[in-house]
Design a protein around this ligand. Structure first.
Ligand code: SAH
Length: 344
């Protein structure tokens, strides 16, 4: 059955014609799904009973079911585990900031990128999420919290640029009028650095922020942490970032997870500054969140602060990611993994 929540308004209009319905019905249904966040066709009360029945017979209305919700007692961050219709599970996070509510969503079930410190990739890739499954993480969280979502970051499980077509459609539905209408500038997509896709995304000329997971300032070190670097070298990735900046005017965020004794020395900071300076990028430092399957350790607090100061002295705009949700399996993929492991 067709996934109606992944359709654009134009496609929905064509569907209505096929069903022998008036074109304006499409706008009503679209609003029910993407504005009023209806979970069932029967709730779409300004449609005739006959049409609601016809819709239920011909389409599926994606609805993620929250199966576990953990809220941090330290900072109020909530992590939600959703069950998908095929029995898979994914996780999403709601973070409350002064400037608004931010939701971090997954883009795939599992991941095939193999980054050494990441829990999401330990069991490989199951499948990409559909646009409606990406959207519904946000919709269900907005409904559950009763508060509007202002920012969306595609930084949960999965590599968004490895699910490119679905990602683009998701971005369109999320930011267009007639839906939640979140501003493109309030959306961030994080990638491990799939070069041809970064260039393709640049050509779409969207106003979203691109975050690049850099994590090392030399090709050799980056390769040891991120297998994707074997395919796309550091200079190639940085070139693609420059291209993104030129095409869109949007500054890149460089994510850098600090791993104790691996990439947190003064020389690492110096080299990092040299790389990102010409790109006018912003560096976001993430003290690595240790996972039990790997023996990476967090940098000492002094090393984190030293690293930040060094970058600042070299004129780089830098922030340390607030460590949130440590008490609720905060690292990417941890909650899902522990859930799936106990289900097995
Ligand atoms: N696949 C995308 C988005 C998912 S991960 C990407 O690679 O960017 C979001 C960010 O968290 C990435 O920068 C990722 O490298 C980082 N990350 C994953 N696991 C982590 C961990 N255990 N500790 C710190 N950062 C981690």
């Amino acid at each position: 059955m067709t996934d109606i929540k992944s359709m654009t308004l134009e496609e929905l209009e064509q569907e209505m014609e096929k069903l022998g319905e008036k074109k304006f019905r499409a706008r009503q249904i679209y609003s029910w799904m993407h504005e009023k966040l209806a979970d069932r066709f029967e709730d779409m009360t300004d449609l005739s009973v006959a049409l609601r029945k016809k819709l239920a017979e011909n389409y599926v209305l994606t609805r993620l079911e929250p199966v576990k919700i953990q809220t941090s007692r330290i900072d109020g961050t909530s992590k939600l585990l959703f069950r998908l219709s095929d029995g898979n599970a994914i996780e999403s996070v709601l973070m409350k900031y002064h400037h608004g509510n931010s939701v971090c969503i997954s883009s795939q079930v599992g991941c095939r990128m193999g980054c050494r410190f990441c829990a999401s990739t330990l069991d490989g890739l199951e499948r990409g999420l559909t646009p409606s499954e990406m959207l519904d993480q946000i919709y269900q969280i907005q409904k559950w919290s009763g508060e509007r979502v202002h920012n969306v970051v595609v930084m949960g499980t999965g590599e968004p640029l490895d699910n490119y077509e679905a990602l683009l459609r998701f971005l369109k539905l999320l930011t267009c009028e007639g839906g939640l209408h979140i501003s493109q500038r309030n959306v961030t997509v994080s990638t491990c650095g799939i070069v041809p896709r970064i260039r393709q995304l640049a050509d779409e000329k969207l106003q979203i922020t691109l975050a690049l997971s850099l994590h090392a300032s030399s090709q050799e070190k980056r390769r040891s942490l991120m297998p994707v670097a074997n395919k796309y070298s550091l200079p190639e990735v940085l070139d693609a970032c420059r291209y993104y900046y030129e095409q869109t005017g949007r500054r890149i965020t460089f994510e850098y997870s600090l791993v104790g004794g691996v990439n947190d020395s003064a020389e690492d900071a110096q080299e990092l500054a040299r790389l990102v300076k010409p790109l006018h990028g912003h560096v976001n430092l993430i003290p690595v969140n240790p996972i039990k399957e790997r023996d990476y350790v967090q940098s000492k607090h002094a090393a984190v602060v030293g690293f930040k100061n060094k970058l600042e002295k070299l004129g780089i705009n830098v922030t340390i990611r607030r460590e949130i949700g440590r008490d609720i399996d905060g690292a990417c993929g941890q909650l899902r993994k522990s859930y799936m492991d106990t289900e097995k």
